[in-house]
Design a protein around this ligand. Sequence first.
Ligand code: B12
Ligand code: SF4
Length: 471
Amino acid sequence: MTLRKIYLIQPGRDGRIFGRATMAPYTLMRLASLVPDDIPVEIIDEDLRPVPFDKIGSGDLVGITAKTLQIDRARWLAKRLKAQDATIVIGGVHATLDPDDVQSWADTVAVGEAYRTWPQMIKDFDQGQLKPRYVDEEWVNLDDLKPISDRVLKQVDENRRYWTPYLEITRGCPRNCTFCTAIRVSGRVMRLRPVEAVVEEIQQRKLKRFFLTDDNFGLNFRLNPEYMEELFKALRKLPLHGWTVQAEQLTAEYPELLKLAREAHMDKIFIGFETVNPANRREIGGKAKGNLEQYRRSIKQVHDAGIGVVGLFVFGFDADNMDVFEHTYDFIKDSDLDGVSVTILTPFVGTPQRTALLEEGRILEHVPWSLYDTSHVTYIPKHMTPEELSMGYDWITRKLYGWPSILRRGWSNLSRHPMQAWPRKTVASFSTDLGYRIAYKHRDWAPTKNGLGKIIKGASREGFMHVLQPA
Ligand code: B12
Ligand code: SF4
């Protein structure tokens, strides 16, 4: 079959906020840039516009990216487009973690990173030889990463249509947390992009602000300090407004690098504290977990460098009971954090954690993948019922994402910057918490032991129904 056109789809969920969408389709921008120039390619982000079903058909190769929570929507899209004779490739985290399931309804599954296999799929399709599965787990050298093409940049117009563009600087993580899905796509070798390539990409994309996709950028403070120094020195010359990274607490131990990071315009670090309950230590495998004194020290050390801290906390570990919500709230209230993300432990398919829970009969069977969004209960906790975990979580999210709390943390973040920087920093100071507030709109349903439960909160059903009934 001769290839007519490639469509790359990012399933929607959140729609727009004040005209812009939140999730720039960075994954698809990278994949679209690997498509040879003579083949037409179109990126469709369902949060911005509907899929043009009437235009897609025979000879078209449709690639859909999906995290677990988007896979139900991806399946629905695949079914509809296959009926119109289009050929469907599914890639991303879920396809990598559960390829057999995806294989049962897609034409082709892209397992792993796909930087190597996606160009091959395009060739094979064009020659009528597309295979049912392509596995790419060789972790390409990021030195040779193809730049994002101008036609893709023009089409996506990320700086105008999205709140925050994304950027990849490093990839992989040598740690091996039982609940982690990221290392199963990106591997356990930390790979670094050449600094010049990063600078060139920022300039080419005219980025002023970005969120790093790197899962453990902060670990490089310890693993690759020279690289960090070179990177920060290069970025401080650019006219950036700010950027945000995910890191471990250990970044706080490197004041010199933090200072350079601040000069390089880094303005927030997301730190996975995970729990305030020291009894969870063994499950999470971190000696410092639950050590509140150390959390406070780390927050202060990062603040001393002029950088904000967003704290990430997870509920539902085996040692958690109903007290964990109040203890976490008390810690956050007095912690001087600049933003907070609280999530429910989610046993994603393909992780050792899920295997263990399955063996213990603790996975809730009737919960659809669309509720694997880290804000719904998908398993039976050890010292709470699913309903209790759900209710406790609702209690704390209402307290944390009420306007007074958001304004207090946003203001605390903004005041870390000199007044002349406020026009550039105001949106970013409040946007993290606001984003989470909006994400919790989807918390209208509570899964129970016997299946999908009742509506537990009246507001904003619309977005959620879109996910459950994707018609
Ligand atoms: C950036 C990011 C986000 C962004 C959104 C980015 C986007 N446009 O979707 C934000 C911050 C908004 C976000 C939100 C969430 N995220 Co997130 N996110 C990431 C992160 C850090 C990087 C992803 C990325 O862009 N990587 C860079 C690109 C280039 O690589 P990639 O996406 O992996 O794609 C490559 C391959 O997978 C493959 N591929 C992917 N799709 C396709 C499609 C085709 C056709 C082919 C051929 C290949 C292919 O090729 C690509 C190139 O190498 C990952 C962690 C990680 N490092 O993977 C988590 C991650 C994907 N997120 C995760 C989760 C759980 C969430 C949330 C549910 C929860 C939360 N509390 O934040 C929400 C859901 C929002 C939503 N509605 O989808 C989980 C997903 C787990 C799972 N099994 O589903 C991950 C893996 C992190 C983790 N905790 O383990 N996320
Ligand atoms: S530290 Fe983060 S990225 Fe690394 S394995 Fe653990 S959860 Fe995954």
